[in-house]
Design a protein. Sequence first.
Length: 438
Amino acid sequence: MGDIRLLLLLHIPEAILVVFVGMNLFNIKAKLRDILLVGFVQGLLVYLVREIYINYKIPFGTHTFVTLLTLILLIRYIIKIDWGLSIISTVSVESLVLIGASFPLKLSEFLNIPLEKQFQNPILFASIGLTENIVVFLVGLICVLTGFKIKNILTETNKGFVNVFIFVILQAFFNIYLSIYNQYYRESNLFEITNTVLIWVNITIAFITVYLVVSLFKLMKMAKQQEMELIIQKNNEHLVESLRMLRHDFNNHITVLNGLIQLGKQEDAKNYIKSLATEMRSFNKLTSLKQQDLVAFFINKMRQAEDNGIEMKFNIESNLYNFFISVDKISKIFGNIIDNAFYKLKNKGQTEKRVLVEITEDLENYYFAVIDNGSLVPDEITQRLFERGFTTKGADGSGRGLYIAKTAVDQMNGRLYFEQSLEQGVRFICAFPISKKE
């Protein structure tokens, strides 16, 4: 058997580091006991494979695939995560190991040190492990310090992207593998896995990746279309419900007027009619907007406001003649802004709760302002309102609402900004350029 110091001081610590970084990189919650167990068993297996390589001259490069497979199996059955995460976490971190191993191998080639001598000499062999550990450690340190997790990116996208990522990372692994080991094919008969096989593996993975990417985009397009249809359906349902409520309110108004007239309170009846006329003019302006999806959305929000004891009014000075916004953008922009105002007012003890939506225009822009009479935003956090992940709602908030709204406004070449004052309240203003049509 070889130097036992390599097992205790190199292979086992390196395997534990590899497992730990792989779990951290994909935000996998694993018990420390399981990480240590996988690292110990994997380190022992790597040590045994090295001894087999030295004594039985197995093809150079085969050990990489053997240890890769054993680590996937150990993570799958000891840490107990699904096959997809087991594969991508292992292949990702083993790619880092290959990159780390490339430096001393290149240096050995430059110094004309034979490959067999480097693998048989414990000190030279340990130099490979040292650079491998440095690369893996640096990546792990960056993940810990920055909070970067690949799994967070995967979970925010379509599930099909996970399959694409698996094949992309496999292709990257094979390319790194080829670049490191291919040089020894011409110089040594130890490397018996031919270029042709590996190249065809790469080509196959490339075709599968392209197919998966195309399929993914089709699925994403279908999902977006279904989401828009669902939003339209919900808006229509809310519109029908709102019309029923309007009919109910109309009957109530008739009852009130009838009572006032019977009691001989003609002056009160006149004032009541004037207030109804003002309210109806505002509602007529709302329903006269050119984009009916927007009308349905705002009527739905009026119903929600009423359910939460909030008075919601509109000041409309534009019919939005040349303005178009998709249904999903309506929800992302105005839904998030108005819901934020509702949430703030619902959780305050004030008696008067008001939200005003102003729609105006000038020569260059359409303006949508959502104004509430809630408490002002503290100056120290105003700069972070549109920051991803920032929330003032505690456990109730995700910190994504205003960020999503601003991103959607930016995609429409618009601007979303914030103003506040004691006199006018808190205002979120969306400005969209007017499309110039001949």
